[in-house]
Design a protein around this ligand. Sequence first.
Ligand code: C5P
Length: 232
Amino acid sequence: MNHDVIIALDFPSAQEVYRFLDQFQEEKPFVKIGMELFYAEGPDIVRQIKARGHKIFLDLKLHDIPNTVKSAMRVLSRLDVDMVNLHAAGTIDMMRAALEGLTREDGSRPLLLAVTQLTSTSEERMRKELLISSSMPDTVKHYAHNAFVAGLDGVVCSPLEAALVKEACGPQFATVTPGIRFADSAADDQRRVMTPEKARQGGSDYIVVGRPITKAPDPVAAYRRCVKEFVG
Ligand code: C5P
């Protein structure tokens, strides 16, 4: 299983992204493009960043009827990204359709991950608003297992849930975890955080790190520290 640090490019415009990435002269970090940047700049931002030599996690969290997701995934696979995701709540049929759409003619495809429950959803809201009466750990485990059954490669989850997911789906099922903070950095709006080192020990395969790197006085040094603590 690969281990890597993925930088969340949470910037509102391409100009700011390039200003940030230009600081990296020696390494080409794996980066995450989310909805804000993708909706603002369109698919061209993906092509431009790919052309600069970065691996890309396109974090668009698809959730629709199977046929629509399949068609959308077919379009995304042409963008040559390395990782994409969807909501496991869309059912096993939707996840299977997504895999079909994502697979290119030569059989290759980006890694496909499922979001189990958003880390912003509390157990109370899940029960009251979504009418899911199981506990959060049981729900995460169940949704992860559905993704595994559908043939997906892994899930995006809290670093606190990574061990649980590995237990349910095996060591080869990838865990990609946001909510990472250095021991001495601010938590910002993240509620449950973990250091890169603890995340690795807890079963995370990839960590997604935003502000501790993007807002650091020296982002390159912060990235290197993160890689050292996580990958070793
Ligand atoms: O700045 P920070 O390190 O908190 O950024 C984390 C990134 O991971 C953001 O892009 C955020 O949207 C994303 N994310 C998250 N929690 C999830 C899913 C995605 O923080 N459950």
